[in-house]
Ligand binder design. Structure first.
Ligand code: UD1
Length: 438
């Protein structure tokens, strides 16, 4: 067995635009569900299995962090084995933590398991300020003490009756945060005594995390509502479960159908998690049928702008599909308007879309898109994960050839974006113009 080598990133994608799509592809496992589930595996001293796990860079990064902590991981097909029997180390160096924001999620499990943790500040997509104050607040409410140093966060559990362990408590979130809710759940599941978490985020990934933890023996109820009750347990056993399908990837591929005015079939779509997105999809003229696990999306009549679309916490329109939808709206005649409510700097893709001919005006939280001007292929740069996906979409609907650099961002969340779109009749090629070995 050897440490995961990381990924050799395919850094550039070239796309020949203007080709209609057709055919069927299956949706990969969910990134945002898999990452906290991987963090949760640390709570058991056994071998957990995540079936159908996506092979994406963020998952590889998380694997490397687990190796740094003394765990061992390996793949059998798409099943990821996480052997946490000897994960006794408590330090995550900044070199590892900075690669993605989800590294912060290991704080709670490390405290619960080993009584202390030292972790470099988390990184991730640069989409505005992404503090971790709510994460720290939740852990403090369970008794953890912190020293925030320049480069890392040092945390320790309270000493009670000779043992260092988190203590159940009451957590009240004033703001909706997916990551902080996950952090609180992870920590409370293995704390001593009962916890109540108010003001929880209700995203499907939180529900999946709770199912996974219950699979490991945790006692949790209320997930999917604002209030979650947790009875801490002394031991969690290893889990074995399938990673749910990725609602954001499904939404991205539906946008691919819309931008090319095509009819495609998607398998393994979590339709019930996509209500807000599908409602906008219908507004722009998209149609779909859902039968025997297959979603047939007919976007040939797409052509109506959206007067006002606001991103919101679940069950509202997901911020992760804001940029992909912006690419679609840029192809629809008339004026559309988006308001980004979750992150303060999530319009990076707009400048790149403008280079392709889109007319987009940004003012504060709002983006006005005057659509219908033909998009023209050119050289653009992906600056974040979902913004990068939006450029791929725009390129599919553009005339000529688009070259997208910085595609390592895209591979953080999409396992086979080129392969999948090629299977649907697109023409995408990848090029490794920079070898990245971690
Ligand atoms: C998760 C998702 C990400 C998605 C986001 C919102 C994962 C791995 N990532 O990110 O794809 O876009 O939810 O649905 O699941 N905030 C604070 N203090 C904190 C934490 C967050 O102020 O301690 C703020 C953030 O800056 C942001 C808002 O709360 O403005 C929501 O962030 P949050 O829900 O925590 O997003 P993530 O969990 O980082």
């Amino acid at each position: 067995m050897r440490a995961p080598l990381g990924v050799k990133t395919l850094n550039e994608i070239r796309i020949v635009g203007g080709r209609p799509l057709s055919g069927t592809v299956a949706i990969q496992g969910s990134k945002n569900a898999a990452l906290p589930m991987m963090a949760a595996a640390l709570l058991s001293r056994g071998i957990s299995v995540l079936r159908g796990c996506p092979k994406i860079t963020d998952v590889f990064y998380m694997e490397e962090i687990l190796w740094e902590l003394g765990a061992r991981t390996w793949w059998e097909g798409h099943d990821l084995y996480l052997d946490c029997r000897k994960a006794e180390k408590t330090r995550i160096s900044a070199a590892f933590s900075v690669r993605m924001r989800s590294s912060a999620l290991l704080l709670g499990p490390l405290l619960a398991r080993n009584g202390g943790a030292r972790i470099g500040y988390p990184g991730g997509c640069v989409i505005g300020k992404r503090p971790v104050d709510l994460h720290l607040y939740a852990l403090r409410a369970l008794g953890a003490g912190f020293v925030e140093a320049e480069e890392e966060i040092c945390a320790v559990c309270p000493l009670k009756n000779g043992e260092r362990r988190l203590q159940g408590g009451e957590i009240r979130f004033e703001k909706n945060s997916v990551g902080a809710t996950e952090q609180a759940i992870l920590a409370a599941a293995a704390a001593k005594g009962n916890s109540v978490i108010y003001g929880c985020a209700r995203e499907p990934e939180i529900v999946w995390l709770c199912r996974w933890l219950r699979n490991m023996g945790a006692r949790i109820r209320g997930e999917g509502t604002r209030c979650i009750f947790i009875q801490g347990v002394d031991f969690l056993k290893p889990g074995d479960m399938r990673v749910p399908p990725d609602r954001i990837v499904a939404g991205t591929y539906l946008c691919a159908a819309a931008v090319t005015r095509s009819r495609i079939c998607l398998e393994n779509v979590p339709v019930h998690e996509l209500d807000a997105f599908l409602s906008v999809y219908r507004k722009i003229g998209g149609q779909y049928t859902w039968k025997s696990g297959k979603l047939i999306a007919d976007a040939r009549a797409v052509g109506r702008p959206v007067p006002f679309l606001r991103t919101e916490a679940y069950p509202g329109f997901p911020t992760d599909l804001q940029s992909p939808m912006m690419a679609v709206l840029a192809t629809i005649p008339g004026e559309s308007r988006i308001r980004e409510e979750i992150f303060e700097d999530r319009y990076k893709a707009a400048a790149q879309l403008s280079r392709m001919g889109a007319r987009i005006r940004i003012r504060g939280k709002d983006a006005w898109i005057r659509g219908g001007y033909p998009l023209q292929g050119c050289e653009v740069a992906a600056e974040d994960l979902r913004g990068g996906a939006a450029l791929v979409l725009a390129a599919l609907g553009a005339r000529g050839i688009t070259g997208i650099s910085g595609c390592s961002h895209i591979h953080r969340g999409y396992e086979h974006i080129c392969g999948d779109l090629n299977a649907l009749g697109g023409m995408l090629t990848t090029k490794r113009n920079q070898r990245t070995l971690y």
